[in-house]
Structure formats: structure tokens, C-alpha cells
Design a protein around this ligand. Structure first.
Ligand code: HEC
Ligand code: HEC
Ligand code: HEC
Ligand code: HEC
Ligand code: HEC
Length: 244
């Protein structure tokens, strides 16, 4: 006798399709999550390469910081002093670009004339007593705190966060500035520190320091390990350090 044939099935018949339905449902959910992450994460990556048009034809770091060898702090005077970095006031530019002050050596009249035209916006702005409206490139949202000075003082080079500025005719954002990016460095401090006196020497940092594997880096008797040991504290990983 077959007992089983009398038993009512526990699951109704349509439930046989359950695994198949679940399979598609789960897949759809996974795809939605991935698509969502894609949608929300992508704009971050789009900011890499952000390069707005600047007033008056712009400012050329390759000429000033690269070829003329000016230190970043000549213009960005706050970088190691304040929570926020600064761009220079027009009077810093005027110091060199006042009328007739800068004679381009070896330049024919044509070159001097072109130079005068290219730098006229500085004198216009100075005479009108109006700041040059530089457009901001690197921005961390307000709900996250980024103390610029703490990083410079700890021995993180501009190069790590802004790229090879000394070679840029126009500043372009090279890092995502996302939370993951902050944390990657906070977890791997040793690989990202440079000797303090070299912080703004970006060619040296790129070609003499970062070009070598971490355990071969050494300068003036300092190794990455020793640089890390000199830090007051490890970079924070807990949420409240960056989100008050
Ligand atoms: C002669 C003055 C001067 C010097 C020297 C100088 N800068 Fe600048 N910097 C500027 C000006 C003006 C701007 C704003 C215009 C622009 O973005 O190109 C600027 C913009 C920047 C920005 C983009 C700021 C933003 O909006 O996010 C970074 C990053 C930067 N400079 C880094 C450096 C580094 C690194 C050095 C040294 C290697 C350096 N600068 C040397 C004048 C200077
Ligand atoms: C210490 C002196 C000095 C300071 C300060 C300085 N410049 Fe210059 N700048 C120069 C010299 C020198 C040149 C010419 C470089 C060359 O072409 O050989 C130049 C060239 C330029 C040019 C012409 C670029 C080109 O494509 O030929 C512009 C525009 C300019 N500077 C803008 C600025 C601005 C804006 C500031 C302030 C943020 C500034 N400079 C600060 C020395 C200076
Ligand atoms: C640890 C990463 C990091 C280092 C190192 C770093 N910066 Fe920045 N910098 C940033 C971030 C992130 C911002 C945007 C900050 C914000 O929005 O509050 C920024 C902003 C700036 C600005 C824009 C200020 C403004 O008013 O628009 C300048 C200029 C600048 N940095 C120059 C420098 C110079 C010069 C150095 C080296 C001496 C340097 N930075 C080192 C990450 C860094
Ligand atoms: C390339 C390396 C690097 C990157 C990128 C970086 N940091 Fe840091 N950060 C450090 C180091 C090193 C310290 C340790 C400074 C100290 O306290 O001596 C630090 C310290 C800090 C501190 C604590 C400062 C203090 O006074 O104790 C905060 C907050 C912080 N970082 C926020 C950020 C945020 C937000 C970002 C991303 C937008 C970021 N950092 C990206 C290296 C980095
Ligand atoms: C080193 C600094 C740092 C630490 C530590 C940190 N965050 Fe963030 N967080 C950031 C920055 C910078 C952003 C903004 C990134 C951007 O521009 O999208 C951010 C963004 C966020 C966002 C918004 C994400 C979005 O896509 O809009 C959330 C939520 C968040 N953080 C939560 C946390 C939590 C929870 C923790 C602790 C587990 C934490 N954060 C730790 C720096 C940090």
C-alpha cells in the first residue's frame, strides 16, 4: 500500500517553480545593486581629469613651479599652516608681473609683446582691486573633514594627492578624492611618506623616492620606517575622525 499517495503535498505545485523564480529574483537584485553602485560611484571617477577653464588664459605651473623652480609655498602660503589650502592673491602675481617689470631675457619685441598680452589680466585685476576668480578644482564634500596642514606636516608630498604639478601647464585632478582613496593611504602610511624637506620637490619625489621600492628608499639617513615612527599618531581609520 502506498501511504504517500494519500498525503497532501506540503507545498502547492506552483512552488516547484520557486527555485527558478528565486534565481531570477536574486539575480535581478544583484544586478540592481551593481547598477546602483555603478551609478553612484561613477561620477567620482569622472572628477578625475577635471580641468575647468581659468580666467585670463590661466596659470601655468609648468613654467612657474617647473621651469622657474618656484616653491609651492611661495604662492600656496597656507598649505602647512591651515586646515584649508589657499590660492595666491593677485598681489603675489603682481610682484613679478607689474607693468614693465618682467623683461623676458633674450626675447625679441614680439615675444615681450605676447608676454605682456598674456599677463595683462593680472594688471587689470590688480588695478581694479578685484581678485582673479580662479575656479576650484579639488573639492572634498562638507560632511567629510580634510585637514590639509596635518598631511603636509606629517610628510605627505603634494605629489601623492595632486600628481606631478610641476609638469602641468594646466592643473588637472588626478586622484578620485573618494573615501576609499583616503583610507588606502591611511592603511599604508609607510609607502606614502617622504622626507619633510622634500615635500614640495615633486620631481625628486617622483623620480628619486617613489621610483624605488619602499624598502630601498633612503634619504639623509631616513627610511620610510623611520619617517613613520616620527609620526605623532597613525592616520585615523575610525568614522568620527573624518565625519564629526
Ligand atoms: C606663482 C604662484 C604659484 C606657485 C609657485 C604654485 N602655484 Fe599652485 N596655483 C597657483 C594658482 C594661481 C592656482 C589657481 C589656478 C589654477 O588652478 O591653475 C593654483 C592652483 C593649484 C592647485 C589646484 C587648486 C584647486 O583648485 O584645487 C594645486 C593642487 C596646486 N596649485 C598645487 C601646486 C603645487 C604642488 C605647487 C608646487 C610644485 C604649486 N602649486 C606652485 C599658483 C601657484
Ligand atoms: C617670481 C616671479 C613670478 C611670479 C610671482 C609670477 N610669475 Fe608669472 N611668469 C614669470 C616669468 C619669469 C614668466 C615668463 C616665463 C617665460 O616665458 O620664460 C612668467 C609667465 C607668466 C605667464 C605667461 C605664460 C605663457 O604661456 O607664456 C602668465 C599668464 C603668468 N606668468 C601668470 C602669473 C600669475 C597668474 C601669477 C600669480 C599667481 C604669476 N604669474 C606669478 C614670473 C613670475
Ligand atoms: C593628503 C593629500 C594632499 C596633500 C599631501 C596635499 N593636498 Fe592639496 N588638497 C587636497 C585635497 C583633498 C584638497 C581639497 C580640500 C577641500 O576641499 O577641503 C586640496 C586642496 C588644495 C588646494 C586648493 C585650495 C583652494 O582654495 O582651492 C591647493 C592650492 C592645494 N591643495 C595645494 C597643495 C600643495 C601645494 C601641496 C603640497 C605642499 C598639497 N596641496 C598637498 C589633498 C592634498
Ligand atoms: C597619501 C596619503 C594620505 C591620503 C591620500 C590621505 N591622508 Fe589623511 N593622513 C595621512 C597621514 C600620514 C596622517 C597622519 C597625520 C598625523 O597625525 O601625523 C593623516 C591624518 C589624517 C587625519 C587626522 C589629522 C589629525 O590632526 O590627527 C584626518 C582627519 C585625515 N587624515 C583625513 C583624510 C581625508 C578626509 C582624506 C581623503 C580626502 C585623507 N586624509 C587622505 C595620509 C593621507
Ligand atoms: C580618512 C577619512 C574617512 C574616514 C576614516 C571615513 N570616511 Fe566616510 N568619507 C570620507 C570622504 C572624504 C567622503 C566623501 C567621498 C566623496 O567625495 O564621495 C566620505 C563619504 C562617506 C559617505 C557618503 C558616501 C557617498 O557615496 O555619498 C558615508 C555614508 C560615509 N563616508 C560613512 C563612513 C563611515 C560609516 C565610516 C567609518 C566606518 C567612514 N565614513 C570613515 C572620508 C572618511
Amino acid at each position: 500500500m502506498n501511504e504517500g499517495s494519500k498525503l497532501k503535498p506540503i507545498f502547492p505545485k506552483w512552488m516547484n517553480a520557486f527555485p527558478t523564480v528565486m534565481f531570477f529574483a536574486v539575480n535581478t537584485a544583484v544586478i540592481c545593486v551593481i547598477a546602483g553602485m555603478w551609478y553612484y560611484a561613477t561620477p567620482k571617477f569622472w572628477e578625475v581629469g577635471y580641468m575647468p577653464t581659468q580666467p585670463g588664459g590661466g596659470f601655468n605651473h609648468q613654467i612657474h613651479a617647473g621651469r622657474l623652480g618656484m616653491d609651492c609655498r611661495y604662492c600656496h602660503t597656507n598649505v602647512e599652516k591651515a586646515w584649508h589650502a589657499n590660492v595666491p592673491a593677485v598681489k603675489t602675481c603682481y610682484g613679478c608681473h607689474a607693468e614693465g617689470k618682467l623683461l623676458i631675457s633674450g626675447g625679441s619685441d614680439g615675444i615681450s609683446k605676447l608676454h605682456n598680452e598674456k599677463t595683462q589680466f593680472i594688471r587689470d585685476s590688480y588695478d581694479a582691486d578685484k581678485p582673479i576668480e580662479w575656479r576650484n578644482i579639488h573639492v572634498v564634500p562638507d560632511y567629510a573633514n580634510f585637514p590639509h596642514n596635518a598631511h603636509i606636516n606629517a610628510g605627505v608630498s603634494c605629489y601623492s594627492c595632486h600628481g606631478q604639478i610641476e609638469g602641468m601647464p594646466v592643473v588637472v585632478q588626478v586622484e578620485s578624492l573618494s573615501m576609499g582613496w583616503c583610507l588606502d593611504c591611511h592603511r599604508d602610511t609607510e609607502a606614502n611618506l617622504v622626507p619633510k624637506e622634500r615635500i614640495t620637490d615633486l620631481w625628486w619625489v617622483e623620480n628619486e623616492w617613489f621610483a624605488k621600492p619602499v624598502d630601498e628608499r633612503q634619504h639623509g639617513g631616513k627610511t620610510p620606517e623611520e619617517l613613520k615612527a616620527m609620526l605623532m599618531r597613525d592616520p585615523p581609520l575610525h568614522c568620527s575622525a573624518c565625519h564629526f
